[in-house]
Ligand binder design. Sequence first.
Ligand code: PLP
Length: 242
Amino acid sequence: MGIAQRYLRLRAELDEECRACGRDPREVLLLPVSKTVGVPEVRQAMEAGAFDFGENRPDCIVEKGEALPQVRWHFIGNVQSRRIRDIVSHACLVHSLYEEKHLAKVDAVAAELGKVQDVLLEVNVSGEESKSGLSPQDVADVLAFCGGLAQVRVRGLMTMAPQGDAETARETFAGLSALRDRLQREVASEFPNCQLNELSMGMSEDWREAVPFGATIVRIGRAVFDDSFEHDDLEAAGRASA
Ligand SMILES: *Cc1c(COP(=O)(O)O)cnc(C)c1O
């Protein structure tokens, strides 16, 4: 099966999953993560209707952004200060910000470029050592910090679930959703530039767990671009029967 067909099949499955939990499929963006492929593969997914793509390395968002300026590029990777100009120059949404010094630099660069940068705050809901992002209890302070940045707009929160276990994934996604609801009431209402409508959560192996908890962006790499990613992988991860 080619990339276009894989994208379309996944979109149909996502629509079905939305309807199964009473959600409008139009609320959920299927974001193909093109970090392992090149421009020709991105074009194939575009032919199937994809218009937004995720990249996790500054070099790649610059290179592919220049080749395909019509795409809405999302930056989902590790942010380093010296690459913020490249990221802000090409990204419509940065999913992976959590340090105040980086947010301040995004604000300054966006001002120079004459844009307002949409961002998500990354939250380490599961508390795994290896994961980056804010502890849930620290998000309110960073949101308040962002409230003072004129060129940054916080659109929501992002998280990654620990690998391999559907129940832990559900707990992670439920946690992010509850945190968003609380912050929306307590903090975001004070800051017009912090409206937390977006929840970026769910990847190839666990997007089905994320949809019932309100995911609005699912970030899908292998299930779109990797021909060898099939149900075997879900079974290996203990997910197929979930
Ligand atoms: C690579 C990546 C994804 C996509 O992962 P798959 O398991 O291939 O779907 C999603 N989010 C982030 C932050 C990534 O780096």
